[in-house]
Design a protein around this ligand. Structure first.
Ligand SMILES: [Fe+2]
Ligand SMILES: [Fe+2]
Length: 145
């Protein structure tokens, strides 16, 4: 029934202007992840795909750390909840990294698409969107150092 595919079905979409919050650093990082995910479509070789997967996981890690720091500085009241969502996403990515060696390139591309164009897209549109008004009240925190 499940055949190793994610059980939950989410709406999936490519990056679009709808995802732009007007918070430059966050917007750039979100877009960068979609750009990187898009490179999995089409042909490639296993070594290159594994390397790209590792950099995707690394970019995700950096984005989540920076976003959490930003939210902490702005005093976002739902930070603990938001961190749990990030933790879940990191677990999904780690699972993929662990399983990718035994998967075909198409299967990897499909999982990456689910994670970024599905899970991450929905996270931006729902959970991230929720912090936008608060972060915009704190322009001094928007450029993290
Ligand atoms: Fe987030
Ligand atoms: Fe985010």
């Amino acid at each position: 029934m499940n055949e190793g595919k994610p059980a939950m079905s989410l709406s999936q979409a490519d990056w679009s202007e709808r995802l732009v919050f007007g918070i430059a650093r966050v917007d750039a990082q979100h877009k960068q992840l979609f750009d990187l995910a898009a490179t999995f479509e089409g042909s490639g070789d296993q070594i290159r795909v594994m390397k790209t997967l590792a950099s995707l996981a690394n970019y995700v890690r950096i984005h989540l750390i920076e976003e959490e720091l930003l939210l902490e500085r702005c005093g976002y009241p739902k930070l603990a909840e938001h961190k749990e969502l990030h933790k879940h996403f990191k677990t999904l990515l780690q699972q993929l990294l662990a399983e990718a060696n035994g998967m075909t390139l198409d299967q990897i591309a499909e999982r990456v698409h689910y994670l970024i164009n599905g899970w991450f897209y929905n996270h931006i549109m729902i959970a991230d969107l929720d912090y936008v008004p608060l972060v915009k009240e704190h322009p001094e925190h928007q450029l993290l150092e």
